[in-house]
Design a protein around this ligand. Structure first.
Ligand SMILES: Cc1cc2nc3c(=O)[nH]c(=O)nc-3n(C[C@H](O)[C@H](O)[C@H](O)COP(=O)(O)OP(=O)(O)OC[C@H]3O[C@@H](n4cnc5c(N)ncnc54)[C@H](O)[C@@H]3O)c2cc1C
Length: 387
């Protein structure tokens, strides 16, 4: 498989790299400390067309592909995971389901605004009893007089409460059937909920360990009414559809994690060459240079893994297990590199203002969100024929 970037992919990657260093990095510590959503950064990302990268120009996009989106997410994750995940979740989880499964009318209504980056969308799957076991969904949507009446709660929903959030796609139980053995099978469907809307409450944001500048909220839905036409995709196909959304999303999260691992590596190389202790640079100790060599090996492996999953996805061949491998390997690379980078920086690595300290706090979620490491192992084991 050829892993070379095309000229266009390289151009986008270079452009986002320059943007990340010039615009994102200088304000990352401030937004992290203040727990504030970086509206001015997101607005400039919108100007660059980043939210429209994988969508056709007819729908307001840039006419590139999903892999190019991943390259952009990687470059942002190198300096600020919160900004990287805002793009990843906004496009991969927010806009992509509408693009993949929306009717012509739904696409016409939503894609131009979402692709422009002037409006953000979220994807509300997780609930108190529906995380790894997403089939535990309790939120209900009942069809009454041509409207879905939605009741329930969601938790941990990214991009759901910003000033520019206009849509949250939620999964809900829309019916039940009885299996041959007498057990109840839930019918899960996805429904578009434009926000703000009566009965939809964005609860106060969480006090998270990391991703402080990313927007994450619990949501409460009480008798929220949307037209029947807001059903996204086929009724009862909600489970299959969000599994596909997550498979793709895992590649983009792997790209984010690869960027984070690279950022920790870059900082470590720079510091190990410039910090002198016992009369010589700390990098001249093999213990440090070997630690950094291992960090480079992790970045390389993570990048190859997500490139491979993305190439398979574009080639139309099965990529589910490869997406899980990429997500797991890259998430662990980010966490391991962040821990090693923090150690290399010594006491300064323990200060929140230090970019590697931020990467240390931010990276843990990469082993949890969009499927925990254990869930990725389940997918990989199933691919090998285990139950
Ligand atoms: C910052 C943040 C942003 C998020 N954004 C979104 C979003 O935009 N939309 C959304 O829908 N969700 C989102 N999530 C939710 C996230 O995807 C879930 O937290 C994650 O999938 C894990 O679910 P859970 O928290 O319910 O953990 P649980 O499912 O309760 O798992 C707890 C632990 O048990 C392990 N476990 C569970 N089952 C098994 C098993 N069979 N074998 C072995 N181990 C097992 C898990 O791996 C984990 O370690 C977000 C979460 C966070 C923290």
């Amino acid at each position: 498989m050829n892993f070379d970037l095309t000229d266009d992919q390289q151009r986008v990657s270079d452009l986002v790299r320059e943007f990340a260093d010039r615009v994102v990095a200088p304000v990352a510590a401030k937004h992290d400390a203040e727990h504030s959503f970086p509206y001015e950064v997101v607005s400039q990302m919108a100007d660059l067309g980043l939210f429209g990268l994988p969508f056709p120009t007819e729908l307001g996009g840039q006419g590139k592909d999903y892999f190019t989106l991943c390259l952009a997410v990687e470059q942002l994750g190198r300096v600020d995971q919160s900004v990287g995940v805002t793009l990843e979740a906004g496009v991969g989880l927010g806009a992509m389901p509408v693009f993949r499964r929306g009717t012509d009318a739904q696409r016409e209504e939503w894609m131009p605004q979402l692709a422009s980056g002037r409006a953000l969308a979220g994807f509300g799957l997780t609930e108190a009893d529906a995380g790894s076991d997403a089939a535990g969904t309790k939120t209900t949507a009942e069809l009454i007089d041509g409207e879905w009446v939605i009741n329930g709660t969601k938790q941990f929903i990214t991009n759901s409460g910003t000033d520019i959030t206009r849509l949250v796609t939620i999964t809900a139980v829309t019916g039940e059937s009885t299996r041959a053995d007498g057990s109840i099978k839930k019918e899960l469907s996805a429904i578009l909920v434009p926000t703000p809307i009566a009965g939809f409450t964005v609860e106060p944001s969480y006090d998270k360990v990391g991703w402080h500048a990313s927007d994450t909220h619990p949501l409460t839905l009480r008798d929220v009414r949307v037209p029947e036409a807001n059903l996204l995709g086929e009724r009862g196909r909600g489970f299959a559809n969000f599994v596909q959304t997550l498979d793709e999303g895992r590649i983009a999260v792997a790209a984010l994690a690869t960027g984070a691992a690279q950022g920790c590596l870059d900082e470590s190389v720079r510091y190990a060459k410039s910090r002198n202790v016992f009369g010589r640079s700390i990098g001249s100790n093999q213990f440090i240079s070997f630690k950094i060599a291992r960090m480079q090996a992790r970045v390389h492996t993570a990048r190859l893994a997500y490139y491979d999953a993305a190439r398979r996805m574009h080639a139309g061949v099965p990529f589910k297990a490869q997406a899980s491998i990429a997500k797991m390997v890259a998430g662990e690379a980010a966490m391991d590199n962040a821990r090693d980078a923090t150690q290399i920086f010594g006491g300064y690595g323990f200060l929140n203002e230090n970019p590697v300290a931020r990467q240390y706090r931010d990276s843990k979620i990469l082993e949890i969100g969009e499927g925990t490491t254990e869930v990725q192992l389940m997918v990989i084991a199933r691919d090998l024929g285990f139950a």
